[in-house]
Design a binder for this molecule. Structure first.
Ligand SMILES: [Zn+2]
Length: 212
């Protein structure tokens, strides 16, 4: 059984993936972790990937697919939860192709639906103290005084990437790439959409139903 998780950054995939993997005895294959592990292990694919990363380039799809394929083959018949891949329609099609050699098939592609407003609320609004490095968040963990560290009265700093406009731009790119991926799985009859704005437990219960 192969389950694919799809969703924007901040949609809560990572947290839910860990819980579902434990509950359903699936191997949680987070492609970011896989990539780091292969680079650290200096495997052939890892070294190829590192050469691209060192130049500041994206790791090509065929290298990522190669790593995923090798890992799927090594897991035998166990279930796998794939988290973080595919992100583009090209990757989705390449994954389908690669799966034919592993004898595995995608059982469900689960999309975490979260509104842009909620994603911006979750992703933007982070700040840190330049003095003690204490982290704050406007909605979840605000300082007592606006933009001032509770511990050392220092003015908090905000990363350019965490500004609402920058977050909105990242989400736009994500959305543009993802819509064709969702259509691809919808046409294959494999797409399940889960309301990612519910409580953690409600999302988990929807996920459990979706994979059964
Ligand atoms: Zn401080």
């Amino acid at each position: 059984m192969l389950i694919v998780f799809l969703g924007a950054p901040g949609a809560g995939k990572g947290t839910q993936a860990k819980t579902l993997a434990t509950k359903k005895n699936l191997m949680h294959l987070a492609t970011g972790d896989l990539l780091r592990a292969e680079v650290t292990a200096a495997s052939e694919l890892g070294l190829t990937a590192k050469a691209f990363m060192d130049r500041g380039d994206l790791v090509p799809d065929d290298v990522m697919i190669g790593m995923i394929q090798a890992r799927l083959l090594s897991t035998g018949s166990g279930g796998v939860l794939l988290d973080g891949f595919p992100r583009t329609i090209r990757q989705a099609k390449a994954l389908d192709q690669a799966l034919t050699t592993t004898g595995m098939e995608i059982h469900r592609s689960i999309y975490f639906e979260v509104s842009e407003e909620e994603l911006v609320r979750r992703l933007a609004g982070r700040s840190t103290c330049p003095n003690c490095q204490r982290a704050y968040h406007d909605s979840f963990n605000p300082p007592q005084r606006l933009d001032i560290c509770d511990d050392c009265d220092e003015k908090l700093i905000r990363r350019e990437d965490d500004r609402p406009e920058a977050v909105r731009n990242r989400l736009k790119v994500y959305e543009t790439q993802t819509i064709p991926v969702l259509d691809h799985y919808r046409h294959a009859g494999k797409l399940v959409e889960v309301d990612g704005e519910q409580s953690i437990n409600a999302v988990q219960s929807d996920l459990t139903n979706a994979v059964e």
